[in-house]
Ligand binder design. Structure first.
Ligand code: MTE
Length: 317
């Protein structure tokens, strides 16, 4: 997403990380992982093996999952956007291991009757966990299919009794440059911020994620708690959340503040609205050759199109 800093001679976004480079990088990373295990690579890359993460108990399958084939654990944990750990796709796997994710508390406040804190551990033990296999479509025109483990956001938010003034929900990531080296550079105005309209936040497809592939969530994917809103571009799905605030006014959001002409508040996946510098009509599924057509609302139109009835989606992108 750092594309706004692209020099005119840099590759087009559509050429970012071609498959050959990506596969080479993966091979390099596998090598780096071996070095790290041997204690040779300072801050070494995560070897990202599924068995390294603890299994989550009592995870129910959700009828809201897609039946498309999921990407591999390795793909999902080594090709990431998490600018708090660097702007390269392999940086989060390499550096996010140093983030301390337990204990972890999320402060919930603003326009609600019962403000309070939400412990990540308590969130996992006090709710029915669900596996939700969702497509994730990044604004950079690539996509993956990811078996998340999560809890409907609505279930969690209702506990805090939002008032009638709560029209939006704002989210913030941890701000701690000692643990998140990417925050020592002003790539974005930290902390990372995102927001949803109340009806989007309460929609049954919107989840707080605490796991991946039936196990604890790897740090590079936003541990211990992140948002997933599957019909929106991936940048809405904020990682490592420490604050949730009910607001009356539309909250400021990181990418919108950074480049409002490129990244709107709504950020719904929409193949008919191009990014000012590249087309959004097609996408590359990580691990596949060629490109596939991008679907309206990332394929979730039947469930969510009604939320936007009467809105001009070319203006409110
Ligand atoms: N959340 C934070 N805090 N920082 C980030 O840089 N990147 C976003 C989103 N959430 C980001 C973030 C973007 S652009 C995408 S595409 C998704 O995370 C990627 O999620 P994944 O790495 O788990 O696939």
């Amino acid at each position: 997403m750092l594309l706004r800093f692209r020099a005119p001679t840099d590759p087009r976004p559509s050429e970012i990380t071609p498959e050959s480079v990506y596969l080479d990088r993966r091979r390099l990373m596998a090598g780096a992982g071996a070095l790290a295990l041997a204690g040779l690579a300072p801050g070494g890359a995560s070897a990202a093996k599924r068995e390294d993460y603890a299994p989550l108990a009592d995870v129910a399958a959700s009828p809201l999952s897609t039946d498309e084939d999921a990407n591999s654990f390795e793909e999902i944990t080594t090709y990431n956007n998490f600018y708090e750990f660097g702007t390269q796709k392999e940086d989060p796997a390499r550096y996010a291991g140093q983030l301390k994710t337990s204990p972890w508390e999320i402060e919930v406040g603003g326009e609600c009757a019962k403000p309070g804190t939400l412990g990540a551990a308590e969130l996992i033990t006090s709710h029915q966990l669900e596996e939700r296999i969702y497509r994730l479509r990044c604004v950079e025109a690539w996509s993956m299919v990811i078996p998340w483990v999560g809890i409907p956001l609505a279930t969690v938010l209702k506990r805090f009794e939002p008032t009638g003034n709560a029209k939006y929900v704002a989210f913030e990531t941890l701000h701690d440059p000692t643990q998140m080296p990417g925050q020592r550079r002003s790539v974005l105005d930290w902390p990372y911020r995102e927001g949803l309209r109340m009806d989007e936040a309460m929609h049954p497809l919107t989840i707080l994620v605490v796991g991946l592939y039936g196990r604890d969530l790897p740090n590079q994917n936003g541990a211990p708690v992140r948002l997933i809103v599957p019909w929106k571009y991936g940048f809405k799905s904020i990682k490592s959340i420490v604050r949730i605030t009910f607001t009356e006014a539309q909250p400021p959001t990181s990418w919108n503040m950074s480049a409002p002409w490129e990244y709107g508040f709504y950020a719904n996946v929409n193949p008919n609205v191009d990014h000012p510098r590249w087309s959004q009509a097609r996408e590359r599924r990580i691990g596949e050759w060629g490109r596939r057509e991008t679907l309206m609302f990332n394929g979730y139109a039947d469930q969510v199109a009604s939320l936007y009835a009467g809105m001009d989606l070319t203006k409110q992108y």
